[in-house]
Design a protein around this ligand. Sequence first.
Ligand code: PGA
Length: 253
Amino acid sequence: MRTPVIAGNWKMNTTPHTAADLARSVAERTSGLLGVTKVVCPPNVCIPAVKAALHGTDVEVGAQNVHSEPTGAFTGEISVGMLTELATHVIVGHSERRSLFGETNTGVARKAAAAAAGGLKPILCIGESLDIRRTGEAETFCKAQLRESLEGYSAWDSLIIAYEPVWAIGSGEAASPMIAQVMASAIRDEISDIAGQAAAERVPVLYGGSVNPQNAGPFMDRPDIDGALVGGASLDAEAFSAIVQITAGPISP
Ligand code: PGA
């Protein structure tokens, strides 16, 4: 059984003060919702405040990016070792990193491997553009992107994949649960090809792209979708917590 994951990607929003408030509110609203891993991914500068605010709660902290080298002359970057005291997860290969900051599959693969080697759980993002979807090649594209972004990867127990079609991110137009399920299943097939069936069965595959409390339910009902990576709605504690609630199911007594 895979434990579902609801992760919030706060992107370049919040300050240390407002981030701590948001984190506290998420923890309060989701306490008692079991059977789902809850993760918030603030900007790096906010991570210490969020970590402190979440002390004693079951909400985990993730980063939005990391460098693959352990130390050195990489101005402006942060390493896995800097994060491990503060975070459990890290997003790698988000489409905004790929499109706005020139990240390649090769670089993403290095980050994922370094993260896992250092004890962080990578949330590896893949997804096709609208142009690619229109050509009918979305599945081929995503499988290749996944394979190249996992080159040299071996820590299958700590990997999380997020399928985030670029056209659905921040657009208000989520993919249909059917499209997401078909791709999640294709992703699992590809992992099975790379690492075997047992690994494929263990890796949570999330959907991301305009997820909100109104549309989350049908995604979670699909057999290969194990949660969501939430952008915009994760900045609203009530909305994010509602998505956690929908994923968790009945409240424990
Ligand atoms: P969105 O972002 O929920 O605002 O579409 C998702 C993401 O970029 O991870």
